[in-house]
Design a protein around this ligand. Structure first.
Ligand SMILES: [Zn+2]
Length: 283
């Protein structure tokens, strides 16, 4: 019974993840073009044919349709497909990292529905949802910054709303840690931005402030280091392949978003591993 409920929870998390990131794909495509986001969700972007429900299932429709629209034969977006899979995996990671899996199974063994309601921890569910919404916005910033080299202010404002919810909902949060989180990366970035024009964009600074408010300073610093490291490797690869000159720019936002996601999921494990490593080195 427990195994069955476990599988059910995993399938549910996967579905929520893929559907949410599929919707993020739609917003990322339509928002910069100032198209209406909620209208005409289920149409082919190329031939505008109305899609049947089974042609809109994230991940599986792409596989089932072999990557092409059934009506006009136009290739479906590989990036959208990959992003949907990423959404499923991220939802599962959030579920296993922040959902109290033992609690979940014990809640299900309780006999009566009233028992389940009494034992159900609404705060844990809200924590889970808040973190997942944060990840959806990071994913949206990732895609839009990649396409347009800009991070719209509206995304940052939504992230600030999520930060307020996170401060209220997530337990064991010290307000000071999170306020320092908002400043510890954004202020140095701001100074570097003025000292070396073009080093960062204003959007990267605002993103780091809003994400830092949600994550607290430890995770924000780790996330930034991961992002910087990844962007550095990417820059070197571009230089080697001579696709860009030394003065050309690429969007830093996608690397920051990736770093902040990784840090939120496993930043504390990285700190622990580093501490153990440091202790080992010092004997
Ligand atoms: Zn089509």
């Amino acid at each position: 019974m427990i195994v069955f409920l476990y599988i059910l929870a995993i399938i549910l998390a996967w579905m929520i993840g893929t559907v949410s990131f599929s919707f993020v794909n739609v917003i990322a495509y339509r928002f910069p073009k100032q198209k209406k986001i909620l209208k005409e969700h289920f149409k082919c972007d190329s031939c505008e044919m109305q899609l049947k429900p089974y042609e809109t299932i994230p991940v599986f429709s792409y596989i089932f349709l072999k990557g092409r629209c059934r009506y006009c034969g136009e290739k479906l977006s590989v990036r959208d497909f990959v992003n949907e899979i990423a959404g499923g995996i991220i939802a599962l990671l959030v579920f296993f990292r922040f959902g109290d899996v033992d609690d979940l199974s014990s809640a299900f063994i309780l006999s009566s529905p009233i028992d389940i309601v009494v034992h159900f921890d609404i705060w844990k569910l809200l924590t889970l949802l808040t973190i997942f919404v944060f990840f959806c916005i990071l994913d949206l910033v990732f895609l839009v910054d990649m396409d347009t080299m800009e991070i719209p202010n509206r995304f940052i404002i939504v992230m600030l709303y999520v930060a307020v919810v996170a401060l209220l909902v997530v337990s064991g949060v010290s307000l000071i840690d999170h306020i320092i989180g908002a400043l510890c990366i954004s202020i140095p970035m701001l100074l570097i931005m003025y000292a070396i024009p073009g080093a960062f964009g204003g959007g990267d600074v605002k993103l780091s402030a809003a994400a830092g408010l949600i994550m607290g300073w430890q995770l924000t610093i780790i996330g930034f280091i991961i992002g910087l490291f990844a962007a550095g490797i990417y820059g070197i690869i571009l230089l080697i392949r001579k696709k860009k000159g030394k003065k050309d720019h690429f969007a830093f936002g996608p690397f920051l978003c990736t770093g902040y996601m990784i840090a939120t999921i496993c930043g504390m494990d990285i700190i622990d591993a580093y501490m153990k490593f440091a202790a080992y080195i010092h004997g």
